[in-house]
Design a protein around this ligand. Structure first.
Ligand SMILES: Nc1nc2c(c(=O)[nH]1)N[C@H]1C(S)=C(S)[C@@H](COP(=O)(O)OP(=O)(O)OC[C@H]3O[C@@H](n4cnc5c(=O)[nH]c(N)nc54)[C@H](O)[C@@H]3O)O[C@H]1N2
Ligand SMILES: Nc1nc2c(c(=O)[nH]1)N[C@H]1C(S)=C(S)[C@@H](COP(=O)(O)OP(=O)(O)OC[C@H]3O[C@@H](n4cnc5c(=O)[nH]c(N)nc54)[C@H](O)[C@@H]3O)O[C@H]1N2
Ligand SMILES: [Mo]
Length: 761
């Protein structure tokens, strides 16, 4: 066996961003779009009168602080260039390539073919997609949806790029049709954060805003790779450092963005010394975070006992929290040595971290997928909250919770009601506003949706954006589920594997992207989005659409609703698709915090949604923040030698693969690699480039990934890392977080075998 592409290995980069990233971006823009178009578009990125960057959900600076230079980063620029591609896929493309031909192509190749331009259909038994009119496509959808025995046989997935306006109408249509089956990418992403934060502080979102970060004395970044996945966060971290703040990173990998940084938009810094980012790096074992937090809590409690009231914020604890005594007793009985051992971090470093926490009052803890994609994710996040609450570090400037959201509007989609179990209060207001009775059965989440399809209970699958087939866990099982559907259809900008792993009939509905102008019969329309800090702002694309046949996501939902719900349906779908202001009026009626939406969205920079935790108004049943006791129980089979995590490279956006180079990690030309600690390599007799076989075992079932090339890497011993989505075949469907069913994509128990015919062949 030979690797498809031979990996090239060089030392990881020491500094993130800087001149090189600008060059990379310029090259991409040049390659993907017309030069003039690309540069002009970059200047509109995240400006108050421009469009919201379609990459990540990191907040923009306040309107009065926005510099003349566009607020963008390398990966935002890549996302814009990728969407604004001058390449298009015309019907002749599908004449040329059958589904089988396309299945042979890489995911990089599929998206690289350019933007989808016309609705396409794959009729039962066809080998090629062929053109279909929009009208015929909607009538096909209506026929199939109305033929089901029950609306719960249909599944309506959402990825996180959909605007507030489109998401609101979409969930409204789905519920009027009769189901709560609204799984979304958040189910596989920050679901555990939402759950654990709502339990403890009464709101599932971040309690801090962008301006809080430079005010913090201490920022702890856990399970996140901001240099790649939220590069603009580095700017805020640099400001914090310049103000004298400290940063602790907690990660099994020493990620480049956490080491040193050169501001990509400050040319005068390109030659000078980079800002050194972290003060302390705690190289945990994969999922060593919960024991690490416990060890820290133990050290904090000891210090508090020696100097009562000087470590913990006792006044805050007394006034705003419940559960202190139970937590204190739990920590008293926790075995420190065991926790240190389980965390994988040397005691000396944990003590250093503890002393930083002891000495600081304004603390922010940020986290992302390295914390949420675990079986015990909710417990770890509640433990993070424990530390913040004991320090009184929430609801004041420079302190609080910071779950860093992924997709640019994933948080907004949830606020708009894209969730399988919205609370009763929302359902009642939605029903009143649109004069219908919303369904009461809880819908399926992402894992539940896969199970329903495999069991034959889910028969129609719709994707509002995204690439479910590849993003979801347990690739082979997802494929099986999608293939047994009667109809699968997707609203998309680019071709991806979900269009090829199809039901009996399939449709591709091409839509406008974030960067493109959206003009209805009523004139230009704009949409709005919500960032990680809960700020809602307008987004106004201004590029000419790549094809006159594209529809906006809003128009697609409205046309679909008209076709499915029929002429008698009282909702003004037609009016709303022509005037998005009417949608915002309805949102204002249904969702608290959006009062006067149409007026407030006009203000440059937008407005913040209410956030109780930010005001120390904890919306839990007893109106207090909850300190909690969280057992350490990983349920790991003691026999499995490795824990494998799946991570993003610097050259991808989720399943969109921009290229084969992970520049910061020094891994290039291949994604079929496994990062491995040198001691483990020695023990297994592996050299760089050797091919290995990985076998995950879950509840007795084996899943296999073969022919991956070993890359020696500074990763905690006993831990391995492969890229997402290639690693998804190894993530068993049942391997998900206990309370919110988030796939444990960072906790895969695996065996590793060196393959005989390795790289020497
Ligand atoms: N350019 C770009 N930007 C993106 C995305 C993208 O693909 N590309 N994706 C977007 C989306 S949807 C999301 S959700 C975010 C994701 O942003 P991240 O969460 O930064 O993404 P991952 O690559 O999954 O990185 C997880 C990090 O956690 C670490 N980690 C893994 N397991 C553990 C663990 O057990 N403990 C700790 N402490 N650390 C661990 C890994 O080493 C890695 O550094 O980024 C968003 N932004
Ligand atoms: N093993 C493993 N699995 C994971 C993860 C992991 O870390 N490890 N991460 C999980 C996470 S955090 C997430 S968020 C999910 C991501 O899951 P998804 O959101 O489903 O996947 P994406 O790759 O972001 O979707 C890419 C597709 O979206 C479409 N698209 C792009 N822009 C637009 C637009 O403006 N409108 C519409 N309608 N379509 C558009 C394009 O056709 C593109 O091909 O994956 C999850 N899966
Ligand atoms: Mo995500």
């Amino acid at each position: 066996m030979r690797p498809k592409r031979k990996v090239k290995i060089s030392p990881p980069a020491e500094t993130a961003a800087g001149l090189k990233s600008i060059q990379t971006v310029a090259y991409r823009i040049w390659e993907e779009t017309h030069v003039g178009k690309g540069v002009k578009t970059l200047f509109k990125l995240n400006q108050p009168n421009g469009f919201d960057c379609p990459s990540c959900a990191w907040p923009d600076p306040d309107a009065n602080k926005v510099s003349k230079i566009a607020e963008y980063c390398e990966n935002g620029a890549k996302a814009v260039a990728w969407e604004g591609s001058a390449n298009t896929i015309e019907p002749s493309f599908f004449e040329q390539y059958s589904i089988n031909d396309l299945l042979e192509k890489s995911d990089h190749w599929l998206e690289k073919q350019g933007r989808l331009t016309q609705p396409m259909v794959l009729k039962s038994g066809d080998t090629h997609y062929s053109p279909i009119t929009w009208e015929a496509a909607f009538s096909l959808i209506a026929t199939q949806l109305l033929a089901l025995d029950h609306p719960d046989q249909a599944i309506f997935y959402t990825s996180g790029r959909t605007s507030n306006e489109a998401a609101f109408l979409y969930q409204c249509f789905v519920r009027q049709y009769g189901t709560n089956n609204l799984p979304d990418c958040s189910n596989m992403c920050h679901e555990a954060s939402g759950k654990a934060l709502t339990d403890t502080v009464g709101i599932g979102k971040a309690s801090v805003v962008l301006n809080d970060i430079p005010k913090a004395d201490l920022l702890i970044v856990m399970g996140q790779n901001p240099g790649t996945n939220a590069p603009r966060m580095l700017t805020a971290m640099e400001e914090l450092k310049n103000n004298g703040g400290k940063i602790i990173s907690v990660n099994p990998l020493p990620e480049t963005g956490l080491l040193q940084f050169r501001h990509p938009q400050k040319p005068w810094e390109w030659i000078g010394k980079p800002t050194s980012i972290h003060d302390l790096h705690l190289q945990v074992k994969v999922n060593g975070d919960l024991p690490l937090m416990k060890a820290l809590l133990k050290m904090l409690l000891e210090a508090e006992k020696n100097a009562p009231g000087e470590v913990f914020d006792t006044a805050f604890i007394a006034e705003f929290t419940v559960g202190y005594e139970a937590l204190r007793q739990h920590i008293e009985t926790t075995n420190l040595a065991e926790m240190i051992q389980e965390s994988g971090v040397p005691e000396k470093q944990i003590r250093e971290a503890a002393s930083l926490i002891i000495g600081k009052k304004n603390i922010i803890i940020a986290w992302a997928m390295g914390i949420t994609q675990h079986r015990n994710a909710e417990n770890t996040i509640r433990e993070i909250v424990n530390i913040l609450l004991l320090k009184g570090a929430i609801g004041k400037p420079g302190a609080g919770t910071l779950p860093v959201r992924g997709h640019s509007n994933v948080q907004g989609d949830r606020t708009m009601g894209v969730w399988e179990k919205m609370p009763d209060s929302f359902m009642q207001r939605l029903g009143n506003a649109f004069n219908f009775k919303p369904p009461i059965n809880e819908g399926v989440h992402a894992v539940g949706a896969i199970q329903a399809m495999v069991d034959g209970k889910g028969k129609v699958f719709m994707g509002m954006g995204g690439n479910f087939a590849l993003a979801a866990p347990d690739t082979n099982i997802v494929f099986e589920g999608l293939k047994q559907c009667a109809l699968t259809f997707h609203v998309s900008t680019k071709l991806n594997r979900s269009h090829l792993i199809h039901g009996k009939t399939a449709l591709i509905l091409p839509c406008l992207g974030r960067t493109e102008e959206d003009i209805s019969n009523n004139g230009p329309q704009f949409v709005s989005t919500e960032d990680t800090a809960g700020r809602v702002r307008r987004s106004h694309g201004d590029l000419k659409p790549v094809s006159p046949d594209l529809k906006s996501e809003v128009a697609i939902v409205c046309d679909m609703a008209k076709a499915v719900l029929g002429k008698e349906n009282p909702t003004d779908w037609e009016g709303m698709s022509e005037d998005y202001g009417l949608i915002r009026d309805k949102i204002a009626e249904v969702i608290p915090g959006f009062e006067d939406y149409n007026e407030r969205i006009k203000v440059a920079g937008g407005f913040y949604l209410p956030n109780g935790a930010r005001e120390r108004n904890f919306n839990t049943p007893d109106k207090k923040a909850r300190l909690t006791v969280n057992p350490v129980n990983f349920n790991k089979n003691p026999e499995t030698p490795f824990i494998l995590m799946t991570v993003r490279s610097h050259d991808q956006f989720n399943t969109t693969i921009y290229g084969y180079d992970d520049r910061y990690r020094g891994i290039s030309n291949s994604r079929e690699v496994v990062m491995m600690n040198k001691d483990d390599m020695n023990q297994y007799g592996c050299k760089a480039g050797d091919l290995v076989k990985l076998t995950s075992v879950f509840e007795g079932e084996k899943r296999i990934l073969e022919g991956f090339q070993v890359v020696p890497y500074d990763i905690s011993p006993g831990c391995l890392s492969v890229y997402f989505p290639e690693g998804n075949v190894l993530v068993a469907l049942g391997n998900n977080s206990e309370e919110s069913h988030c796939p444990a994509s960072k906790y895969i128990e695996v065996f590793l075998e060196k393959m005989d015919n390795g790289s020497d062949e």
